[in-house]
Design a protein around this ligand. Structure first.
Ligand code: HEM
Length: 414
């Protein structure tokens, strides 16, 4: 397939969505993009691969609400002939037979089953599971008086909890956390780690087939959608990985805000602004999933004044849309109580109900238990020394070093 769609004039003035400018000051870059191109921006992804970035709030809602015009199946991309086999973003776009890339009735069948199985999670039991997990993680470093809250707390927390939702034993969950992290981080051993994750899911499904329990895997095996074993393994892995880095970064970005912003300072000793307000502000200002790649145009169309060709790739600018002056004018009174952000996406492929609620319980409990157990916790480096990870999709810290008065081990007993 030739791709004259992306001859230089078709993508005139395209701006790079990679490199130091994007990673150090994405908000500034989005402002410049909006001034120069409006709500839909011609961009170059790493390796100067052309695509569109949707940064207008209304335009983004339009894209994610029109799956017939903007599909999720990446095989229709008209630039595959330009993608090298070692392209760093390949893992996000190469077609997999999982719920993520399916469309229409097949997607509804699979996403519906996942949503039903998540909806049966007892949210009170989940909250106490989160407390136990948080206490166990804090017990491991409380005696030292210092920690990296990303590596030792925010990253292991979500998957340890989701593993128990799936029905995995507390003994097996840490191995799964290691393998999923190794497969998500890419590089050496990533493929072997991914194969171990698949094998763990297969073993779990066999075990739950023999002895069903009050868990997600057993519910999926009994679900009328009758997902095949391959479909179940693919979709369980998608559910785990979709919830992992996002929830971990939500915890990390919220702790960063509460440890660096005066408005929350008093909270540490019981004051003005709550963890709930910090969590919501992060979803507006520093959403853990800042953009996602994405959607592929099913036919030629127009969007935000741009001509979109069949097969063109669209990157969903979730963080940029949250900052759209059309919905956030300067006189805007802050995010408190407003949940109309795009952090969880929207539409057919949006974060499936009740995953956002589950993420909120994990993140809220993680923040509250940490502030409760380490009341004098503070950053051990200047706030401007904190480094954001270089990632197209994720907005998260590479580390969050803190210090505090050494505490006592509670051993999961509150
Ligand atoms: C802060 C936490 C989270 C954020 C910000 C988040 C955000 C998102 C977004 C933006 C999408 C849509 C992507 C698109 O439209 O292409 C998505 C999809 C998804 N999320 Fe979440 N998510 C979070 C937590 C979770 C959790 C905890 C789970 C599972 C327990 C989960 C499961 C999923 C699944 C399965 C999809 C794919 C839906 C589909 O393609 O049909 N997410 N999430």
């Amino acid at each position: 397939m030739t791709n004259d769609h992306h001859s230089p004039d078709a993508h005139a003035g395209a701006m790079k969505l990679y490199g130091p400018r994007f990673h150090q000051d994405p908000a500034g870059l989005y402002r410049e993009m909006r001034q120069r191109h409006g709500p839909v921006v011609p961009i170059l992804l790493e390796g100067d691969i052309p695509a569109w970035l949707v940064i207008g709030y209304r335009e983004l809602r339009h894209v994610v609400s029109n799956a017939r015009l903007f599909g999720r199946d990446s095989r229709r991309w008209n630039a595959w002939d330009r993608i090298p086999p070692d392209w760093p973003l390949l893992a996000f776009v190469s077609y997999q037979p999982s719920m993520l890339f399916t469309e229409g009735a097949d997607h509804q069948r699979r996403a519906g089953a996942i949503s039903d199985a998540l909806a049966a999670v007892d949210q009170f039991e989940l909250r106490s599971q989160c407390e136990r997990t948080a206490d166990r993680l804090i017990d491991a470093f409380t005696g030292s008086g210092k920690a990296d809250l990303m590596a030792h707390y925010a990253h292991p927390m979500p998957l340890l909890v989701v593993a128990t939702i799936f029905g995995l034993s507390d003994a097996d969950a840490p191995h799964l956390v290691e393998d999923v992290s190794a497969s998500l981080n890419g590089g050496e051993g990533a493929m072997e780690a991914f194969q171990r994750v698949q094998a763990t899911m297969q073993r779990l499904l066999v075990a739950k087939g023999e002895r069903p329990g009050p868990d997600m895997c057993s519910r999926l095996l009994a679900h009328p959608a009758k997902l095949t074993e391959d479909e179940l393994i693919q979709d369980l892995i998608v559910t785990m990985t979709a919830g992992q880095d996002t929830t971990a970064n939500w915890i990390g970005n919220t702790l960063r805000l509460m440890l660096t912003d005066e408005r929350f300072a008093v909270t540490l000793s019981g004051g003005r602004r709550s963890a709930g307000q910090a969590l919501n502000e992060v979803l507006w200002e520093d959403p853990p999933g800042q953009s996602t790649i994405g959607r592929w145009a099913v036919q030629d169309t127009h969007l935000g004044g741009q001509r979109i060709r069949a097969g063109d790739a669209l990157v969903l600018g979730l963080a940029a849309a949250n900052a759209d002056p059309q919905v956030r004018p300067d006189s805007y009174g802050g995010s408190a109580g407003n949940h109309a952000h795009m952090a969880f996406g929207h539409g057919e492929h949006g974060c499936p109900h009740p995953a956002p609620e589950i993420a909120e319980i994990i993140a809220h409990t993680a923040v509250e238990v940490l502030l409760d157990r380490l009341p004098d916790v503070m950053l051990s480096v200047p706030a401007d020394a904190l480094v954001w990870r270089t990632s197209l999709q994720m907005r998260g810290l590479s580390s969050l070093p803190v210090e505090f008065t050494p505490g006592y081990v509670v051993g999961g007993v509150r």
